[in-house]
Design a protein around this ligand. Structure first.
Ligand SMILES: CCCCCCCCCCCCCC(=O)CC(=O)SCCNC(=O)CCNC(=O)[C@H](O)C(C)(C)COP(=O)(O)OP(=O)(O)OC[C@H]1O[C@@H](n2cnc3c(N)ncnc32)[C@H](O)[C@@H]1OP(=O)(O)O
Ligand SMILES: NC(=O)C1=CN([C@@H]2O[C@H](COP(=O)(O)OP(=O)(O)OC[C@H]3O[C@@H](n4cnc5c(N)ncnc54)[C@H](O)[C@@H]3O)[C@@H](O)[C@H]2O)C=CC1
Length: 725
């Protein structure tokens, strides 16, 4: 690793080099500092260009060094040195300039970016605030409002948007470093005062204090429970109220405070967990390193309902040409209109951000009723109704039509992949690609590995996830896979608590206060209660297939709540019908209001079933709903359906609105302490012996008996013998 310089005419070019992303480790910072000092002191040098090796400027501080930050990295003084230089310094930004990387670029007097480059201050996503002057310089460059949006969300901004905002001075299509050298030469001898951002006034909207107060309220609501977005607003307040040097002190104080919190540790864990799960390995030895993904140049999607239309949009956004197929003309018209409207929205969004070329860069979408058109596609994603007979019919058909090299994927939310594979002529090329709604927005793709699925197919599906900008997590084939398998028990527990005397809004509030994006009842109303009802009817838990004489609140020896079924029988499907667990202003309304009808209905239900209600505390709500989910997580590990706790956490963080600042359900359990989780589960199971899902799993018990080892050691306590992966 080194920062070395060469001189091109009178311009010194300093290259930051620390593969793979030129993270600013202490060693790299020291090396850049030395090179800048040399360039400043060298009479032959009249200007300086700073660039990153291998097409990446810098991804910011080296996160792996964070636990060693006690010594304090000299990044701040390096940036000050650059800004104070009498010789102009130009940042040549290729790839990424993130966090400390962008802060370093903001210390430079000019910034040139390649059109494909991204910049951002994503510290908030790691539970931190920008602390190397970024939150003080950026508002002096682009104003408080744009800075607020960038630092509280941590979003990455593409070069053209950065140009529009004023973060970079120029965007180029090629030869970024050469262009930077030309610019550096041009500005030699020009005054630099207006380019030293720390010396400029902060650009504020009128009544900035009220603006920041309002921002604080909004951020508290948007990022419920997270500390770092609040600190981001505070650091901006400091930028507005204090002179630069005092602002710097405040910035440092806030960073120091956040740096010691559990939230930042959880978010750093979540960051590395996401990278970890990409490196899948099967017990057979096949892995991401050895398997060769096949190219995906064209795709087809079957079924343009809720999921199909957003999967098509996701593929088009990734510039993959798609053929979209429906069952009849009417559905095709509805589906194609829906897709076009989603694509229009995407185009508009991108145009607003300054990407004028975006219209041409969407993959083309072709709509058809003709299966023959699917002959040459590389991959097909089936997204028709959740019905095994229908899915098998489609897979059989695809088998006869698609070229032998085509991969066949299903978006089923939980049906058996092997059963679908068994009717094809290529079971090794069948795989589950479980998208989350809406598929063009949600980051998660559960990649479901069937018994026959080959490692080439797995690596191709994982590559697809990456192409779509998603996090792919490889899981085994079992009913409902990982995410929904855990979610079902969480939702069921919430419904039991309503039977026991709690109200839907109390349960939602408790879990939303914990940090979940949406409580279980609002979530059910949003998704549509009829979906679960249909599934339960199909498997005979309710409806005509239910044996006569089955007790209303019991299935086998387990407790069952018929409440959601009864709501559906009464036409209460959630938002779509204007009534569900809540009432809404109209069908399709989004404003959930507690419904007095439901209270009367519940009292009557409790009377009929002779239920003894009790006051359910917030603690009981959180513990029963979350610990039952976590307990199932341990069973999933035990069954070999997920290869490690990180996989479950990544699924929950990216697909289920779990608060990343608690790391994910399994990490959260490790912080609470496994003995505590075990004791609580034993207590709740003791009180509810007809809910066997509360019975502590044997893997949880094993880990407690092994002395509550840290999460990274859990895998070593799993045997591979039962792995489904
Ligand atoms: C008590 C202490 C008091 C101290 C007081 C101090 C006061 C002031 C101090 C100032 C401190 C300054 C702190 C600072 O600079 C803040 C930061 O910069 S935080 C970091 C911000 N950056 C990010 O969050 C970037 C994260 N990375 C990404 O988004 C992506 O990785 C990226 C877009 C760069 C590349 O994506 P992709 O191509 O998809 O590749 P991968 O994601 O798989 O990454 C490849 C590889 O690189 C590793 N990596 C990425 N970023 C970093 C990083 N910043 N540090 C270390 N390593 C990184 C990643 O883990 C992958 O490696 P694996 O081995 O595969 O895991
Ligand atoms: N809705 C959701 O939030 C999620 C659903 N899923 C799964 O995705 C699949 C699709 O679900 P939704 O989009 O919600 O269903 P949907 O009911 O909204 O759409 C299904 C579409 O498939 C079409 N279709 C039916 N038979 C067809 C055939 N023979 N050929 C072509 N098209 C046909 C229908 O006309 C309809 O447009 C299901 O397997 C579901 O379990 C997975 C994740 C989330």
């Amino acid at each position: 690793m080194a920062a070395f310089s060469y001189i091109c005419d009178s311009v010194a070019v300093i290259t930051m080099s620390n593969p793979p992303v030129n993270a600013l480790s202490s060693a790299l910072i020291r090396a850049v500092q030395k090179a800048v000092e040399e360039a400043i002191g060298d009479f032959a040098v009249e200007a300086i260009v700073i660039r990153g090796d291998k097409g990446k400027f810098s991804a910011g501080a080296d996160i792996r060094e964070f636990n060693r930050l006690e010594r304090g990295p000299p990044l701040v003084s390096l940036i000050d040195l650059i800004e104070d230089s009498k010789k102009p310094v130009v940042a040549a930004i290729e790839g990424v300039a993130l966090g400390g990387g962008l802060e370093l670029a903001l210390g430079c007097h000019y910034r040139i970016a390649h059109a494909q480059a991204y910049v951002g201050l994503p510290e908030v996503l790691l539970g931190l605030v920008p602390a190397a002057g970024g939150a003080l310089r950026l508002p002096r460059l682009i104003g408080i409002s744009a800075t607020l949006s960038m630092i509280t969300t941590g979003k990455y901004v593409q070069a053209r948007e950065a140009l529009k905002l004023g973060i970079v001075d120029k965007v180029v299509g090629e030869n970024t470093v050469d262009e930077a050298i030309q610019l550096a030469k041009k500005v030699i001898g020009q005054p630099l005062g207006s380019r030293q951002l720390s010396t400029l006034p902060v650009q504020c909207p009128p009544n900035v204090e009220a603006f920041l107060d309002e921002a604080m309220v909004k951020v508290k609501k948007q990022f419920r429970g997270a500390q770092s977005p609040l600190a981001c607003v505070e650091v901006l307040r400091a930028a507005v109220q204090l002179p630069y040097l005092e602002g710097k002190k405040k910035e440092r104080e806030l960073f120091q405070f956040l740096y010691t919190t559990d939230q930042t540790r959880a978010q750093q864990y979540a960051f590395f967990a996401e990278r970890e799960v990409a490196k899948w390995t099967l017990p057979s030895g096949a892995s991401w390193k050895t398997a060769s993904p096949q190219p995906i140049r064209t795709a087809a999607v079957i079924g343009l309902g809720t999921m199909g239309r957003s999967i098509v949009t996701s593929l088009a956004k990734a510039k993959i040409p798609v053929i979209a197929l429906e069952q009849d003309k009417k559905q095709l018209d509805i589906g194609s209109k829906a897709v076009m409207s989603l694509l229009d929205r995407e185009i508009l969004k991108m145009e607003q951000l300054g990407h004028t070329e975006f219209t041409n860069s969407l993959g083309p979408v072709q709509f058809t009723l003709d299966y023959g058109k699917l002959r040459d596609v590389d991959i097909v994603i089936e997204a028709v109704f959740e019905n095994m007979a229908l899915k098998k019919e489609i897979f059989r058909h695809l088998s006869g039509i698609c070229k032998p090299e085509a991969f066949l994927c299903t978006n089923t939310s939980g049906l058996d992949i092997d059963e679908m594979a068994s009717v094809t002529n290529r079971p090794q090329m069948v795989i589950g690609t479980h998208f989350f709604s809406p598929a063009h927005i949600m980051k998660l793709l559960e990649v479901v590995h069937g018994h026959y699925t080959s490692s080439t197919t797995i690596s191709t599906a994982m590559r697809l996830a990456k192409m779509l900008g998603k996090v792919g997590v490889l899981v085994g084939n079992c009913p409902s896979f990982v995410g929904n398998r855990l979610m079902r028990l969480y939702v069921e527990q919430a419904v039991f608590l309503v039977e026991e005397g709690s109200k839907p809004e109390e349960i939602d509030r408790a879990l939303e206060d914990f940090g979940l994006a949406m409580g279980p009842f609002r979530m059910m109303d949003l998704a549509g209660l009829d979906i679960g009802w249909k599934a339960r009817t199909e498997i005979g838990l309710t409806g005509p297939k239910l044996p006569i004489g089955t007790p209303a609140r019991q299935r086998g020896s387990k407790r069952y709540s018929p409440l959601p079924d009864i709501l559906c029988e009464k036409g209460r499907f959630g938002q779509k019908s204007g009534q569900g667990w809540y009432k809404y202003e109209k069908s399709g309304g989004r404003n959930a209001m507690p419904d007095p009808w439901l209270y009367n209905f519940l009292s009557e239900y409790q009377r009929i079933h002779n239920l003894k209600t009790h006051y359910v505390t917030q603690e009981e709500i959180i513990e029963r709903c979350l610990y039952v989910l976590i307990n199932e997580g341990f069973k999933v590990l035990e069954d070999g359906i997920a290869s490690g706790p990180e996989d479950i956490d990544v699924i929950y963080n990216n697909g289920y609105g779990w608060p990343k600042y608690t790391g994910g359900p399994m990490y959260y359990a490790s912080i609470v302490g496994l003995p505590v989780v075990l004791t609580k589960l034993e207590k709740y199971y003791g009180a509810n012996p007809d809910i066997p899902d509360l019975k502590p799993s044997s893997f949880l018990k094993k880990l407690v008996s092994k002395g509550n080892p840290p999460l990274k050691e859990w895998r070593s306590h799993l045997g591979f013998q039962s792995s489904m992966l």
